[in-house]
Write a protein that binds this ligand. Structure first.
Ligand code: AVJ
Length: 348
């Protein structure tokens, strides 16, 4: 890429990779692998190969999520631009930032946008998408952050009106307690004038959900198996692909897709970097991710509990997927929530 001599700084700027990021990941992995059921955290899915395989998933006919989200964003982008007047668009778990372009177009046309801040755990994917975006939108600065949205929200630049996008139903990968923590952290991070845009997959017919995670060509299986490959490489683990059968099924009680493996027979896996010897029983599950599906009421309640409010809820025509515009509340109800009952009754 050539630059003109008048340009004073690179328009793509990558920061992040906290020194303790790795330690936190190893620690979480150490804990999860000994939990019941055993689990390999979903971040292991997103190395360079995993990010590429996920791109392939987004093109699968049965994997409706990105297309539905794009339908909603295209219908609402101008309204989002008008209502948020964002000067900074940040994106958590940006990946290739495909659906984000709809927002960049609308915010750019509205004239206030100055900066795009994608945050992702995969440095290589992030660098590539930051450069693509910078080339396509020459008038905005791109400031990429290599990081994990559960730990690195503090790295987001401050000032102006910020729109923080969390698209693709990535929020579905979090357990309810992690989700509450993230929404709470976002509530702490948002100033008046800032806003949040969250993409949410909705509860629907279980057959369709299971088809979305069991494509006949095995792309999704290859994507999930790549987490074992990544753990073998980075953690000196001995997961044997032949010993694990891929399973992705709907859990109606928790309303999430449960995605991972069953051990084909009793065997042991060692994870050298973590000092672990894991005993697997025959048919024992190894979870790699959950993909939670939502209902409007529950989502609104969770958001309210964090001291935020759903200002708009938009779905595609089929009602498969929702995008919620979430705003900070002026009266921080999150702190009020924990106050004794008498006090709030006395005020009304
Ligand atoms: C990127 C987390 C939204 O849960 O649907 C796709 C990941 N896993 N197929 C999802 C995924 C298997 C995806 N998210």
């Amino acid at each position: 890429m050539s630059r003109t001599s008048t340009e004073e700084r690179p328009r793509v700027d990558v920061v992040g990779t906290r020194a303790d990021g790795r330690a936190a990941l190893y620690e979480a992995t150490f804990r999860s692998l000994q939990a019941e059921p055993k689990e390999l955290p979903a971040v292991w899915l997103y190395d360079e190969r995993g990010s590429r395989l996920y791109e392939e998933i987004t093109r699968l006919p049965a994997y409706y999520l990105p297309r539905r989200e794009s339908e909603v964003l295209r219908a609402r982008a101008q309204e989002i631009a008008r209502r948020t007047k964002a000067t900074t668009l940040a994106e958590l778990g940006a990946g290739s930032a495909n659906n984000t372009r709809v927002l960049l177009d609308a915010l750019g046309a509205a004239g206030a946008l100055e900066r795009f801040v994608p945050l992702d755990v995969s440095g290589k994917t992030l660098q590539a998408s930051a450069e693509t975006i910078a080339a396509a939108y020459p008038r905005i600065a791109v400031q990429a952050i290599v990081g994990d949205f559960e730990h690195d929200l503090g790295l987001l630049p401050r000032g102006g009106r910020r729109l923080i996008a969390f698209l693709g139903s990535t929020i579905g990968n979090l357990y309810p307690d992690q989700r509450a923590r993230l929404l709470g952290a976002l509530a702490d991070e948002l100033s008046p004038g800032d806003s949040l845009l969250i993409g949410i997959d909705l509860v629907k017919d279980s057959a369709r959900l299971e088809e979305a995670y069991n494509d006949p060509g095995g792309v999704t299986e290859a994507f999930v198996r790549n987490a074992l490959t990544a753990a073998n490489r980075e953690l000196e683990a001995t997961f044997d692909q032949r010993q694990f059968a891929y399973v992705a099924r709907w859990d109606p009680a928790n309303e999430w897709m449960d995605i991972g493996f069953h051990a084909r027979e009793t065997h042991t896996v060692s994870v050298r970097q973590l000092g672990l010897e894991l005993e697997f029983e025959e048919a024992e599950p190894l979870r790699v991710e959950i993909s939670s599906k939502f209902r409007r009421e529950r989502f609104e309640r969770e958001v309210a509990r964090a001291g935020l409010a759903v200002a708009s809820w938009w779905t595609d025509r089929a009602g498969d997927f929702a995008v919620a515009l979430v705003l900070p509340t002026s009266t921080r109800s999150r702190t009020r929530f924990h106050r004794p009952r008498e006090q709030s009754a006395a005020r009304s």
